[in-house]
Design a binder for this molecule. Structure first.
Ligand SMILES: Cc1ncc(COP(=O)(O)O)c(C=O)c1O
Length: 421
């Protein structure tokens, strides 16, 4: 112990096996919702997380890709306090000024052809709505198939399970959408988009894509998305990106799909997480022609567009899209990419994926990756534990270069120390 820098201090050994608090909460929740790392969070400010033992960590998780603007961002806190003091904390789906302002801002930072936003609370809900829209589009245009990728993640409901992971993900339900076809994810840089593996183009309704494959920050190989997109457009199929982790400047531009080329213009995007850096907000962003195919389609819920959520999200987008923050982030992400890429060749590291402010170290085993995460935590740096053979890194977009360098140094030492794992 005894680590004390400006950005980290470790006064007591963190309890990685679960505190009394963790055990008490676990006795009331299903096992499947428990934390991967049972560290007690006391508070989080900007890129720092504090536990209950007085330790301070550099956060390389942004919560879980949420706190793009930093934790407890002062601009967002001010907006929330103002909203609370206005005595408008809930408004069902009645019109409110704060919702109007937020919708305007969200559309203003999005490509101009998008003109409809369905506000929701969670990413899973957003993907559920996107699934509904793709299915409606399929039946309207007398088509069948949604094409998606094995190994992807799109949330936790029944519709989500139909289109993510593997063709057996929804087997628990006994309900199977036979019109969803899974492609192998192209993990190798040399892999090409191969339309011969697809059903006939005039039978394809939509492509559902995670902008990068979450668990290991896997991006599609150069040219792959461009070919897929050109094919989809020629076939008149919808293209939907799940931007849950990649949205709101994490990869540089406002949406991550934009890093594949200017010509990529999805019909639907699902966003959440970093949209508010805090409160539960998600959205499906699309065009009128798609959003209004069936006016009776149920796309709204009790808390959709909640005023506090809108206030937090509006303040967050104002902060993230400001020229000053964008310039700082651009500089920081160059340092992040360089620092993380420099870890290539360390023992056990098979590959490094990095773009903007997201990265993953791919290891030869899940045990080794978990050992590296635990070693980092003991040294005051908090990476994402995926339980797979990857260590994932997603700092708040406010993290300055010197903190990135310090965290990368800790990560390097942890990888070296875990060599024998
Ligand atoms: C790519 C992706 N899609 C959807 C979801 C589901 O979002 P939520 O947990 O807010 O329901 C997640 C959550 O991790 C995600 O990473």
């Amino acid at each position: 112990m005894g680590i004390r820098t400006k950005y980290r201090f470790m006064v007591k050994r963190p309890n990685l096996h679960g505190s009394r608090l963790y055990r008490d909460i676990s006795s009331m929740e299903p096992k499947a919702v428990g934390p991967v790392v049972p560290l007690t969070w006391k508070k989080a400010v900007d890129f720092s997380v504090y536990d209950d033992k007085g330790n301070k960590y550099i956060d390389l998780t942004s919560g879980i890709f949420v706190a793009n603007a930093g934790h407890s961002n002062p601009h967002i806190k001010r907006a929330l306090k103002k909203q609370i003091d206005s005595d408008q904390m809930f408004s069902y789906n009645y019109p409110t000024r704060i919702k109007q302002q937020f919708l305007r801002k969200l559309l203003a930072i999005s490509p101009a052809y998008f003109d409809r936003v369905d506000l929701l609370m969670t990413g899973s809900e957003a993907v559920d709505v996107a699934y509904k829209l793709m299915k409606l589009w399929a039946s309207k245009h007398k088509r069948r198939y949604i094409i998606t990728f094995k190994g992807s993640y799109h949330g936790r409901g029944l519709s989500n399970d139909q289109i993510c992971g593997s063709p057996t993900k929804a087997d628990w339900s006994g309900v199977k959408d036979k019109d969803v076809k899974f492609l192998e994810f192209p993990y190798e840089a040399t892999e090409k988009f191969d339309p011969s593996r697809l059903p006939p183009p005039d039978q394809i309704a939509a492509f559902m894509l995670e902008t990068f494959q979450g668990w290991g920050a896997w991006f599609y190989p150069p040219g792959y998305i461009n070919k897929l997109y050109a094919f989809a457009k020629k076939a008149d199929a919808l293209v939907c990106f799940d931007e849950m982790q990649s949205g709101f400047y994490r990869l540089g531009p406002v949406y991550g799909y934009m890093t594949y080329g200017r010509e990529i213009q999805p019909d639907i995007i699902c966003v959440g997480k970093g949209i508010s850096s805090s409160l539960p907000v998600a959205a499906v962003i699309t065009r009128k022609e798609i959003a209004e195919m069936d006016p009776s389609a149920d796309l709204h819920g009790t808390h959709s567009g909640n005023p506090l959520c809108c206030a937090a999200a509006l303040a967050n987008l104002e902060f993230l899209s400001s020229p000053a923050q964008l310039a700082k982030m651009k500089a920081a992400s160059k340092v992040f990419e360089a620092e993380i890429s420099a870890l290539a060749g360390l023992p056990g590291v098979k590959r490094i994926n990095a773009r903007g402010m997201i990265a993953a170290l791919i290891f030869d085993s899940a045990d080794r990756a978990t050992a590296v995460v635990n070693e980092c935590i003991r040294n005051g740096v908090l990476p994402v534990c995926t339980r797979k053979n990857s260590v994932k890194l997603a700092p708040p977009l406010t993290m300055p270069p010197q903190v990135i360098r310090e965290a990368a140094g800790v990560l390097r030492d942890a990888v070296v120390k875990c060599e024998g794992t």
